[in-house]
Design a protein around this ligand. Structure first.
Ligand SMILES: *Cc1c(COP(=O)(O)O)cnc(C)c1O
Length: 402
């Protein structure tokens, strides 16, 4: 069953700084530090900001960085050069994508999403609806019911490809085709896809997509988000957040907004130069990595993890699809004491995370995780469960971030 690839990822594992004694299964929430990032950020501070000062905007290419780094992300998600731009947060990018998509489908009022979507996407939709004041409605159905719910009322289908809790994966190409057949546009959230599995936005015919870069792309806490606009919409897409960096001529300081060329118009304000430098260095990890190899290895490792957990920890219930083809790069289990169990695991060096109400989440990323670490992690999990080591008052007290 286990079909590990020829590539053992020794090369990429050497590129990450993982502390001694830690088995890191939370790269789906915050990727670890790639070795080249520290040097690159230090260089940006000393040689660019520290030395060039304001001249850095021209001399060090700070102004063109959002598009250049966007093209590097684009290569990982099947987006052609010039169709991805970096900046802001994923919440903001979802808002921009949804606003542009709604404006392109002006006769319809329904935004269709699913109950597995990440709350911020839904909240941003609610906020946009209130701002527009045009009677739009957000309709949510169970993930399995999405396909059947796409009809002639839907303006935009807004989905996250991989469910943040269960890892269940939507069929992006099929749902996009279904949406287009019904006259709807699509906004895809790739938070748990970019860097986790092969994505081909062009082949899928996606209209808009957005994602963050601090999860599987290892860009660091608060790393800037990305936004994709299909080239066929680039000229017509209207930016709802019409900031000066998305203006056709920011330094002409004209009194009125004119959209910039293509996806550049989706820039808002001043780019986060230092964070983009960190991300740019983090993306070096992907040079020479074949996403198909990552996918094969990820499925094999996730299968192994499920087999081991089910054999040794029978009180945990699998919350993720058993079929690797229907899963992202994480495995989740349910347990009523999930929070305390995860706290006990983290205390013993096995870092995953918890999502309410009862989900233990384990991100499995072949770039730096192998079969030996997974077996060792399951041994710790078995010890914690068998000895009820989680049943301590401090493990039950919720921290601010879970
Ligand atoms: C992580 C995540 C976000 C986070 O949005 P931010 O604006 O970066 O905080 C949004 N959507 C999904 C689906 C996520 O998984």
């Amino acid at each position: 069953m286990t079909d590990f690839t020829q590539n053992d990822f020794k090369g990429t594992r050497a590129l990450f700084r993982i502390p001694e004694g830690v088995i890191y299964l939370d790269g789906n929430s915050l990727g670890p530090l790639p070795a080249g990032v520290e040097q690159r950020v230090a260089r940006t501070l000393a040689e660019e900001w520290g030395t060039r000062l304001i001249r850095g905007w021209n001399d060090a290419g700070w102004m063109t960085q959002p598009g250049r780094v966007g093209d590097r992300v684009g290569r990982l998600i099947g987006a052609p050069p010039g169709s991805v731009v970096m900046g802001d947060t994923l919440s903001i990018k979802v808002y921009q994508a949804l606003a542009a998509a709604l404006a392109l489908n002006p006769d319809r009022r329904v935004i269709l999403s699913d109950t597995g979507n990440f709350p911020t996407d839904l909240y941003m939709a609610e906020g946009l609806i209130a701002t527009l004041g045009q009677g739009h409605r957000l309709e949510m159905v169970e993930p399995e019911a999405v396909e059947g719910a796409i009809d002639g009322r839907v303006a935009v289908l807004m989905l996250t490809e991989v469910d943040y809790r269960t890892g269940r994966k939507h069929d992006m190409a099929a749902l996009t085709a279904r949406a287009h057949a019904a006259g709807a546009l699509t906004v895809w959230d790739l938070a748990h896809s970019a860097g986790a599995l092969p994505v081909d936005l062009t082949a899928a015919g996606a209209d808009f997509a957005a994602g963050c870069t601090y999860k599987y792309l290892n860009g660091g806490p608060g790393a800037p988000a990305f936004l994709y606009v299909a080239p066929r919409h680039a000229k017509a897409a209207r930016p709802a957040l019409s900031g000066w960096m998305g203006h056709a001529a920011p330094f002409a300081f004209e009194p009125s907004y004119r959209p910039g060329a293509g996806v550049e118009r989706m820039r808002v304000g001043t780019p986060p130069v230092i964070a983009l430098a960190a991300l740019d260095a983090a993306l070096d990890v992907w040079d020479g990595v074949d996403m198909a190899d990552i996918r094969r290895q990820s499925i094999a490792l996730c299968d192994l993890f499920i087999t081991e957990v089910e054999a040794r920890c029978p009180e945990l219930a699998l919350a993720s699809p058993r079929d690797g083809a229907r899963r992202g790069s994480q495995v989740s289990f349910r347990h009523p004491q999930g929070y305390a169990i995860m706290r006990a695991l983290i205390d013993r060096g096995v870092i995953g995370d918890f999502r309410a109400p009862d989900i233990l989440r384990f991100g499995i990323t072949p770039l730096y995780i192998g079969a030996d670490e997974l077996r060792a992690a399951v041994a710790v999990l078995e010890t914690v469960l068998a000895g009820r080591l989680w049943d301590r008052p401090d493990y039950h007290r919720k921290a601010t971030v879970t």
